[in-house]
Design a binder for this molecule. Sequence first.
Ligand code: GLA
Length: 722
Amino acid sequence: MVKRINNFVKIDTKNTTLLLRIDSIPEIVHYGKKLSDADDYPFWEYGKNYTMVSSASDYCGRKCILSFSGDANNRETMLHAVSFDGNGSLRLRLKEVKVGMNKPILNGMPSSYDCEDTVIFVYEDVAFSMIVEQYFSTFTDSDVIATGIRVKNVGTQEFYLRRAFSMQLDFDNGDYSATAFVGNWMRERKMKKTDISVGCTTFSSFLGHSSNVVNPFVLCTKKGKKGFSIASNLVYSGNHKELFDCSVHHGLRVATGINDFMLNYKIAPNASFDTPEAVFTYGDTEENVCFTMRSFTQEHILRKDWVQKPRAIAINTWETFLFQFDKAKLLELCDTAKRIGIELFVLDDGWFGHRDDDTTSLGDWFANEKKLGCTIEDLAKEIHAHGLQFGIWIEPEMISEDSELYKTHPDWAMTIEGVTPLYVRNQLVLDITKKEVRDYLVKQISQVIEESQTDYIKWDCNRGISELKNSGVLFHDYVLAVYDLFDRLTKKYPNVLFESCASGGNRFDLGMLCYTPQIWTSDCTDARSRVFIQEGTIKGYPLSTVSAHVAYSPSHHTFNKTSLQDRFAVAIQGVLGYELNLTALPQSELDEISLQTSFYKKWRNTLQFGDFYEGDGSSDDKFISWSVVSKDKASAVTTGVCLQQDYGVKLPKIRVSGIDENATYKVNVIRKLTDVPESFTAKGDLLVNGGVYLGDLYDMKTLNENSNSIASVLITMERINA
Ligand code: GLA
């Protein structure tokens, strides 16, 4: 809810208030716990008596929601622009405050939906002929605020944007930390907390994708007695930057937006530029703000139809067969999969063109009938006839030189005349910023979807952009082109589940989640590594978005050996699937997988759509636990994973989180689904405050069979009376 109270704008969420004093640039008077309404806030008018170098500056600790180049800001600013003749001094001043507005529909970009109220601040720079509209939107059921700016050219000459962030928040001087989720291919989103000291701490991505090196989801925490946490994220899938600028006297500036690396975006007369939407929230603790962001994503970002739609258990052919398969092999796999409770068959890379390895055929999105021994239509029909859903892998944004598409349209590859192209995984990026290329892709992908009546598409993207023709606009225009493709295809095929993938988790972001309700989290499927990859991912994103598969032991990636039970226990922290040659498994393991799929189906609603709570763990990463609790608190699953048991050191009890402390639960403690669980009933508070003993997680047999082994326990809880 947004209210105008005399000289103030009060932006209220469920539990927080952002109070802004209207000035030439609105001043942040308060961002924190909810304030009561007053007729006026006269004692907060004092801010206007500050001596300012210029009216917009943050001099003397004035905290602002907007800052720009050439305004005597001796620090990082939100907006940089240069006029056609080289002037970089902006003089934006507030012209109008509009309350009770609709949230702007962004030009070519997705954003959050179902907001409650919006305020728009309109600023003008007469000399520059620039209008900036900055919005803040609230949501009835959430503490998240969405924001962004639209920059308009109302003059007769072009100007150039060199930086246009989506959000700026200033905070009082204090002792802060910044937490980012960093990594690389195969080790995405490891939580990394950095103490902020004087100077600027930045996190950014550079190759056109959002997120395996650093995710746009960040936390900022003020330490000490009156501490608090802020979380922010961007609804964007390209290069982004988060900055934490801390000066000796003036406190902390937090900003996020498109990375200004190479940015030089021409805004012609009458044209405008929208920044991606930023979303942020305030809370007492990091855990609280993470919880808020997950719920917000579930309720205001994910495609509505998919928010509560149970996700099928998949068998994926990638790690299973890599490129070596034919129809007989695929149908044998499908047959076995069906018998053990799997619901979705995903034909990964290698089914199209003449692709038998990663050197050819990207762009040729028609079946390799010679290899398959049938058409894609026939194969899909057989899979469907087995009672499984059918899914297929594509990598539409790429082109192989060895492809029909390249022969016909060499000019569609992103290359620069006279510059030796860089090949990554032997492929080039397709120039999807060209409309005719996108039209071709929509046609080709539609044909595949219709021929195979596919239920699911895994949309991959395995390299970044290195050919920087039109460098000032390329990265952003590329993202707009990706969104155009997704927008057209998801509207045309609303019942197809699109799963995004970019070498695993290189586009795990809110922009993608507006179209693809789940994302392949990482190419690393080793359970031990996945504990941390998923732990970092789930801080900012809901469980139903996190795709997680049981794969081979020893792991193809780390060579760690892990029992089937323990691989499963980690993979159910998200959307379960398998990448295993089921047809080569002994019957005992197939029986075990049958138990796993039945277990997952029974608890699926809780595991995919329940509330996630971090649990007890050890600071040295040797033990970690988490709980997932259904919204009505009637059922819960707690998982504990021990990554190393030191000799003679007893494992801690696991305390359960989030259940109803006054209700009684039937509890099963499961070390192995093949064994009879330990069962008892207990009142919620005993489980929450007391905890459950784990016993000996490691047994000699498991230890002997598995090197560098993890050991897990599952605790299921069903409420038997309230
Ligand atoms: C990427 C994906 C994998 C798989 C391969 C296929 O690496 O992340 O899951 O689809 O491509 O080439």
